[in-house]
Each structure stands twice: as structure tokens, then as C-alpha cells.
Ligand binder design. Structure first.
Ligand SMILES: [Zn+2]
Length: 273
């Protein structure tokens, strides 16, 4: 069952403070909040305060809340402004870790499922999961560490990931993700991804079908030509579009050849629908 994330995203006017850089994430970092607040409160405090400290998700015993978009970096790993943890990892805070107990345990269980879902969505394996401590040595996630359960938590994530059908690092299987039965229908409708094979040809292929591919890539922040007019959405399958396809493939465990085909289509569709 898909875990729905409740979004309470930071205002764009605070991006400079909280999440100034675009990010193509490569890792997921696990934290304990060292606090006894709910996910909703952790996120609303984080997005409204004047500290740069930030993180993408907070998970409590009932829900997952999001405060920072995953295509932006957050400041959560203490490894500096160019650190890999801060610049390449999605931060997940597990709530109620200060006092522990059944609420914490339930939050950890939900976080395990949620992290597995994030891995699955991205075609990632358990090797993408880090603890905060790995980046800068901070004793976090403190409760998991003090209870000596980091390996156990990782194993639990891996088990969930397998149950979702993921975890094969170089999987070529592309059974499309199960469609959600509720919500997001308006978003789905706007990406009519074409079938067939698209690559750089001479003359270059042009049309609305190419434009659909470019729009889908851009929606996931793989712009054909970032900064150009309309971010390079011009309906032409040229080298820049092929490059965007290649970057997308690379980030999603597909063979990175810059050729749009059924596997790339399925992956795009699973992320957008
Ligand atoms: Zn931490």
C-alpha cells in the first residue's frame, strides 16, 4: 500500500535559507529528531524558523510529512555546504526519539516502510541508505545507535523493499508501478508519453510527441536545456534532450544510452502518475 505524504512545503521565499540548491539525490539519510514532537509540528517548526537547518521528511506514528522538495538540497547532515550528505541526500527524520516507547516504535516502523517506498520509486537498493553519523560523525539517529539496531533497521528496510518488488540494483524489469487509485489524476493527464524509440537522428526528430517526453523530464527536473527558453522544451530530440534522458536513466538504474524507449517511458510514467 502506497504511503501518502502530506506536504507542507517551505515557502519559495525561504529557499535561499533552507534549500538553495537543486539536487539530484543519490542517498537517503536517516535521523532521529531527539525530540518528542509530531511530524506535523517538526515540519511546521522547521519551515517557519530562521535557522538554515532543514530536512525533507518527518515521520511519526501516524503519517509522513514533507517540508522540502526532494529536488532541492536540505541542510541536515552537518558535512558543510558542499558535503555529499547535504547536497546529495534526502533527509528523513523519525519523530518521538527523545522518549522512545510505543509512539517512537510506530514512527520507526512507518519510516522503514516509507524509506523502502522511496528506494523503490527511484529504483535504488539498500546501499543508498545512510545514517546521519556516516556523514559527519554526529551521534544520530541517536536512539537507533544507542539501542545497537542500525543493522536491524537497514535489514527491515531491505525486507520491505523486496516486498515491494524492488532492490535489484541493475534491474531491467520494468513492470510499471501499480497505479494509485486515488488522487493525482489531473497530473497524470498532462503527461501523454509516446511509445516507440526516440534517439538523436539526422535530421532530428521533431513534434509534440518529443515535447511530451521533454515535459515529463522537466517535471522531474531533468531539463533538456536548463536556463534556455522554456528550459529547452522545443519538441526536438537533439543531443540536449538525449543528454537529459541519459541523466534520468543514470539516476534511475536504467542503461544510460540517451535513447527513450519502453523502459524509460515506464520509469517516467511511474514517477509522474
Ligand atoms: Zn541527524
Amino acid at each position: 500500500m502506497t504511503i501518502t505524504v502530506k506536504k507542507n512545503l517551505v515557502s519559495t521565499s525561504k529557499y535561499g535559507l533552507k534549500c538553495p540548491n537543486l539536487m539530484d539525490a543519490e542517498y537517503i539519510t536517516i535521523h532521529n529528531t531527539a525530540n518528542d514532537a509530531s511530524a506535523a509540528n517538526e515540519i511546521s517548526y522547521m519551515i517557519n524558523n530562521t535557522s538554515s537547518t532543514s530536512f525533507h521528511f518527518a515521520v511519526d506514528d501516524k503519517e509522513v510529512r514533507q517540508g522540502i522538495p526532494t529536488n532541492h538540497n536540505a541542510w541536515h547532515t552537518g558535512d558543510g555546504k558542499n558535503g555529499t550528505g547535504n547536497r546529495k541526500s534526502i533527509g528523513v527524520e523519525i519523530c518521538y526519539s527523545k522518549s522512545g516507547g510505543s509512539k517512537y516504535r510506530a514512527a520507526e516502523r512507518l519510516a522503514i516502510k516509507f524509506v523502502a517506498q522511496l528506494l523503490k520509486e527511484r529504483g535504488w537498493g539498500i546501499d543508498r541508505v545512510r545514517k546521519h553519523q556516516d556523514w559527519n560523525g554526529k551521534y544520530c539517529p541517536h536512539r537507533i545507535l544507542s539501542e545497537g539496531r542500525w543493522d536491524e533497521v537497514k535489514a527491515a528496510i531491505e525486507k520491505e523493499l523486496k516486498a515491494l518488488g524492488g532492490g535489484k540494483t541493475s534491474s531491467s524489469k520494468t513492470s510499471p508501478a501499480k497505479k494509485k487509485t486515488t488522487g493525482s489524476s489531473s497530473k497524470k493527464a498532462s503527461y501523454a508519453l509516446p511509445s516507440g524509440i526516440y534517439k538523436v537522428t539526422s535530421p532530428m526528430r521533431k513534434g509534440d510527441d518529443v515535447r511530451q517526453i521533454q515535459k515529463a523530464l522537466s517535471a522531474l527536473y531533468f531539463y533538456p536545456n536548463k536556463g534556455a527558453k522554456n528550459n529547452g522544451i522545443d519538441g526536438v530530440y537533439g543531443p540536449k534532450t538525449a543528454n537529459a534522458v541519459k541523466r534520468f536513466q543514470l539516476m534511475h538504474g536504467l542503461s544510460a544510452d540517451g535513447i527513450y524507449g519502453p523502459k524509460t517511458k515506464a520509469k517516467l510514467a511511474s514517477l509522474l502518475n
